[in-house]
Design a protein around this ligand. Structure first.
Ligand code: NAD
Ligand code: IPM
Ligand code: MN
Length: 349
């Protein structure tokens, strides 16, 4: 297989630790990949005002097969402008419309719910990634006065809703999953919810082999914390998808364990752990690298590799079973030691 070219953007905070940790594991897997590093981050922005160069997105799409990103967010940049331009820039400008967030429990000990076993937590959240309030349409009027008005529009397009719902059904077929559940708040947000409801019914009718279900997002949160075994594929909008995937991360052992991909089939896609830059954890060698390592495996799989991601996933499972993990998930190892253990396990597989 031709060498896969990967753009690496560690970003801020613990991104600078978990990304090198994951790269070490990918290298140990023998995957034929070539990394090119980019320093787009708060540090870079504070140094010369650059968030991402003007031709950055076109260059990524042209020169790379995938992007591997850590996290963006730094208290020294309170506007979060660099995160907005780099992270949301990639999602929006590269049109990475499907945010795929697998939710898989590796070991019973990691789940905060009693009696829940690994086979009970195995679903995928497909989050719309280019619309909703995230597009930041709106404004303020009479700012700073008692009459201030702020609006934040929730943008939902027919095209955007249809393609994410179709993506969810296609993913269900590819992964041999049986159910797609759409979650919204159509009992209150009737305009946007109405569009989602209509399109979901239309698309579901084309996939008679897959069961189509619906749940309001508030009820979904309750069910996720009580009976996660009922879920298979969940499709939802950008904002609800963001919120429920932090909850779903908790089912897996916490944010340090959760992986994700920002995908547009056929285009250069971006892979990042679900967690953020966790500033209080940064530079202490305590961040859990497993979310990033599992994300790297997901990226390799997306690029058509099979052996290498399988080996990485198996090694992660062994690390969890043998308690070669960081303190957030009950272990005693540091970020680097966990990654070294997993890399060693991968290279011996
Ligand atoms: P966060 O995910 O950075 O951290 C929340 C908490 O989760 C941490 O305090 C820690 O307890 C735990 N945690 C997260 N990752 C962990 C890891 N790898 N190992 C162990 N524990 C981990 O969320 P936050 O504190 O709300 O946000 C911090 C900054 O990150 C903000 O600037 C935010 O905007 C940004 N952020 C960026 C991304 C991204 O770039 N994809 C995602 C989420 C948040
Ligand atoms: C995520 C993050 C981002 C989001 C932030 C940092 C913009 O929370 O990837 O889940 O809200 O999408
Ligand atoms: Mn989030």
């Amino acid at each position: 297989m031709a060498i896969k070219r990967i753009a690496v953007v560690p970003g801020d905070g613990i991104g600078k630790e978990v990304i090198p940790a994951a790269l070490q594991v990918v290298e140990a897997s023998g995957a034929t990949v070539e990394f090119t590093h980019f320093d787009w981050s708060a540090d870079r922005y504070l140094k010369d005002g650059v968030t991402i160069p003007a031709d950055g997105f076109a260059m990524l799409a042209r020169d790379f097969d995938a992007i591997f990103l850590g996290a963006l967010g730094d208290p020294r940049v309170p506007t979060n402008i660099h995160a907005k331009e780099i992270l949301l820039g990639m999602r929006f400008k590269m049109d990475l419309y499907a945010n795929v967030r697998p939710v898989k429990l590796l070991d019973e000990a990691l789940c905060p719910l009693k009696g829940i076993k690994p086979e009970n937590v195995d679903f995928v959240v497909v989050r719309e990634n280019t619309e909703g309030p995230y597009v930041d349409v709106g404004g303020v009027f009479k700012q700073g006065t008692l009459d201030e008005i702020a609006t934040q529009e929730d943008i939902n397009t027919r095209k955007g809703v249809e393609r994410i719902i179709r993506f969810a059904f296609e993913l269900a077929r590819t992964q041999k999953r049986k159910k797609v559940l759409m979650s919204d708040k159509s009992n209150v947000m009737t305009h946007a919810g109405g569009l989602w409801q209509r399109v979901f019914k239309e698309v579901a009718a084309e996939y008679s082999d897959i069961q189509a279900l619906h749940m309001y997002v508030d009820a979904l949160c309750m069910h996720m914390a009580r009976a996660p075994q009922q879920f298979d594929v969940i499709v939802t909008n950008n904002m609800f998808g963001d919120i429920i995937t932090d909850l779903a991360a908790a089912l897996q052992g916490g944010l340090g364990m959760a992986a994700s991909g920002n995908i547009h089939p056929g285009k250069t896609s971006m892979f990042e752990p679900v967690h953020g830059s966790a500033p209080p954890f940064a530079g202490k060698n305590i961040a859990n690298p497993i979310g990033a390592i599992s994300t790297a495996a997901m990226m390799l799989e997306h690029l058509g590799l099979t052996k290498e991601p399988d080996r990485i996933n198996q090694a992660v499972l062994q690390a969890v079973r043998q308690n070669k993990i960081t303190p957030d998930v009950g272990g005693g190892l540091g970020t680097r030691e966990t990654a070294a253990w997993i890399a060693d396990c991968v290279s011996r597989a």
